[in-house]
Design a protein around this ligand. Sequence first.
Ligand code: ADP
Length: 709
Amino acid sequence: MIYIRHWNWYLSDMAEKSARPMKYSLQHRYIATVLALALGAVLALGGVFFMTLRSATHSITHLSIDTIREVMLDQVRHRGAVMVRLLADNLAGPLSLADLEAVHHQGVSALEQKDVQYFHVFTPQGEILDDGRGTVPNPGKRLADPVSEQAVTANTLLVQIENEIMDVSMPIFANNIHLGGVRVGFSLKTVNREMEERISSFLDLGQKKRNEALTMLFFLSACFIAIGIIFAYFLAKNMRNPVLELAHYAQRIGQGDFGFRFSLKRRDELGLLSRTMNEMALQINEKNKALLEAHTLLEKRVKDRTRELLLAKDKAEAANRAKSNFLANMSHEVRTPMNGVIGMTQLALLASPPPEQREYLELIEKSSYRLLKVVNDILDFSKIEADKLELAMERFDLRDTIATTIREFSFKAREKGLALDWSVQDEIPDACMGDAGRLSQILINLIGNAIKFTQTGRISVRVEKEYGELDELIAHFSIIDTGIGISPQYQASIFEAFSQADESHSRPYEGTGLGLAICARLVALMHGRIWVESAEGRGSVFHFTALLKKTATEHPGLDEGGMHGLPAEIPQGQPGPQLRILLAEDNLVNQKVAEKMLERSGHRVTIAANGQEAVDAFTRQPFDLVLMDIQMPVMDGFEATQAIRDLEKAAGRHTPIIALTAHAISGYREKCLERGLDDYLSKPIKIADLNAKIAEHLPLRENPPAETA
Ligand code: ADP
């Protein structure tokens, strides 16, 4: 599904893009590219061609001009030489005959030539004899210039070109007699003009040819570019149209039209692309279908599962509610008869029975307490599992708590021949804040186990400070025994519920396997940790830490012995000051138990079978103390307490009311206090606990029995 969604997104994005006007289409790009290429090629070729042509014509022109100049000068030189030789030959005769007339005549005819500028005939001494013009001012004058000198002295033809004049001179000999020399100056103006004309017409021709070549070049370039554009146009068109068709096809796929087929009849990459796209559309279509089916199926399954889960959840919640109710009821229902059993046993034991019966009664009492412990453990564990267990925060004396717990075990230890000792480090304060009941529950479990699993040796309890700040401290408890020890593999799971090292049916030690699990959870609630060190056959050390708050007062109020604390210092059955006690209790056995216990302590008891009867009795006569069962027919303990408190308000009195209840749920004591009761005593009641509670509330008595009786 994700794949398809992604693909759809991609295609729709493409379609959107293709809908926009294309600024630089493929065709434009192609044309531009080919144009650029053609231009580049033409420019490069043209450049090379032009440069070559230019340098070639340049050198040819120069070569040609030089040659023309050379040829023409040669012609002039040759003509000059021929003419001067002829003149020298023609002058030899007249000079040898000293025929000056004939010499002059030669000069005149020489000067008749258009280009002859001057004519001089010299004597062998270098004096001008004639200049052909008859203007020799001073015949016999020597020529001053060295050229003329040379002309006479040299014995060959001399040609010198200077500016626009060609000077040709030659000596004249006749029969090896030096007769003088002749010198003729030819004007080169005409020749030069002619030469210029020829060169310029030659250059004109070169320019013409160059222009022709350039025109040709431009024409060729234009042809190249035009062909390039046409070629690019068709090439781009050939590419662009199928690409547009492909884009359109992709757009349709993007819109989910997988049934549409499209194929380009081409043998190039575009044809391959179109075939691949076809294949892809086909596959997507199939996958889409499969996914849709899977999705529908999955949705249906999820719905079914959700429905089932909701049902299961409802069931589980209902079961949980039923479990909680069951636990509360079970606790109540088990404790009520247990109260009868234990109470009656205690009473029977106090009636000094014969030894055999005493033994039976003691066994009944012991079994009852064990049964009670099992019930309590199961209840505790369930409460902890349901997160319903909360720790109390009350002031207590740590040393007292430990001493009381140890005292409970001293008899058992002595019986087994085990030494039992304890020590608390000096740094641990006496007065602490915390849940003393739960702390001693942990100690009872661990010391109980230590005694249970040790045959010889000793059990020691140590308390040390692990870490302490101003108002808080972490106490480290160690319970050390020299018992059977625990195997390493079992140590790992020892704190799990219902786990026991010996799981055989023939195990010699009784127990539920819940004790350590409860300890671990209680320790966690006390922000501590629990662990064990043990060696098989040598003994074990159970460690745990607990966070305790320090308190300044060193007089702890051991206000509740609870189920675990035993205020053993109050002697059982010891007659106290006689009190008028109202006992509200609906259960006949429990009525009997409490009545007998109270009477043994010398109190006067009035019994009420429900709350209403209690209120009535209270209206009739005053009482020093009320023991109030909570769960009663007609009117429950809370309502009855409220009614009594209302009655008292008018009289300005306060009678201690102690709840007697088989509910052992945490927070129940607080609930009792909230509802106007003064204290709480959990069933089954022990005589000692009952006496201790009454003694505790005696000072509260406003009217001593002596005054009111
Ligand atoms: P139980 O009620 O069975 O004693 P616990 O959770 O208290 O339950 O103990 C679980 C198991 O741990 C015991 O059955 C025993 O095998 C082992 N165990 C506990 N404490 C000791 C000890 N001090 N020495 C040897 N084994 C012990």
